[in-house]
Design a protein around this ligand. Structure first.
Ligand SMILES: Cc1cc2nc3c(=O)[nH]c(=O)nc-3n(C[C@H](O)[C@H](O)[C@H](O)COP(=O)(O)O)c2cc1C
Length: 186
């Protein structure tokens, strides 16, 4: 699949078939994640592949009230819990390199997440990135050590829905010329 087809065609999927995801397909998705760029190639991301039905159900209960991805988290054949080891991205010799401090781990994890989601789409799978959940509770459920953060949950499986395309701002609304605020005219 062409990269632009994947970028334009990927949608958040919140209904999944019960079909399991073959291991070799799952490995391709994870491989796409690990090939993301990262701060000084520090690769702070860590992934937990959750297939256990009871664990998925408990994770789904950590989502914010009325979160539209709640059923997807309980019912998708796989939920990827995307974690990060802080202290690598944005940090040199124990000191922050920029005024963003250690938060660059969020940036690096997001790059891996988008790689995962685009690769999954190219392989016929659906995903939805879930950020609105009780991170502390999810950490406890997944036995994540204190020095590791959990960032996102990604239900993954074969789609049982074909969501409508979502809208995006026009390039002219989000792009400036030479300095902030000056309209960019192509
Ligand atoms: C950081 C992040 C957190 C998100 N959290 C949730 C969530 O908690 N629940 C949910 O249903 N969708 C969540 N989404 C999915 C967005 O709602 C979705 O990407 C957006 O509406 C655009 O739709 P599309 O992915 O189909 O293009 C999240 C997306 C991102 C990038």
């Amino acid at each position: 699949m062409e990269v632009f087809d994947a970028i334009h065609g990927r949608r958040s999927v919140r209904k999944y078939k019960s079909d399991s995801v073959p291991e070799e397909v799952l490995m391709k998705v994870l491989d796409a994640g690990r090939w993301a760029p990262s701060w000084a190639n520090s690769q702070c991301w860590r992934f937990i592949v959750v297939k256990d039905a009871e664990t998925k159900r408990r994770l789904s209960e950590t989502l914010t009230p009325r979160n539209p991805a709640t059923d997807a988290t309980a019912n998708a054949p796989v939920v990827l819990a995307v974690c990060a080891k802080p202290g690598l991205a944005g940090i040199k010799a124990g000191q922050p390199v920029t005024d963003k401090g250690a938060w660059w781990y969020m940036f690096d994890v997001a790059l891996a997440v988008e790689n995962l989601c685009l690769a999954a789409y190219a392989l016929g799978l659906g995903t939805v990135i879930v950020g609105a959940f009780n991170h502390g509770e999810a950490k406890r459920i997944l036995k994540i050590p204190g020095d590791i953060e959990i960032v996102a949950l990604i239900p993954l499986g074969y789609p049982a829905e074909a969501p409508q395309a979502t809208v995006r701002k026009e390039i002219g609304e989000i792009t400036y010329a030479d300095s902030y605020g000056k309209p960019y005219k192509s």
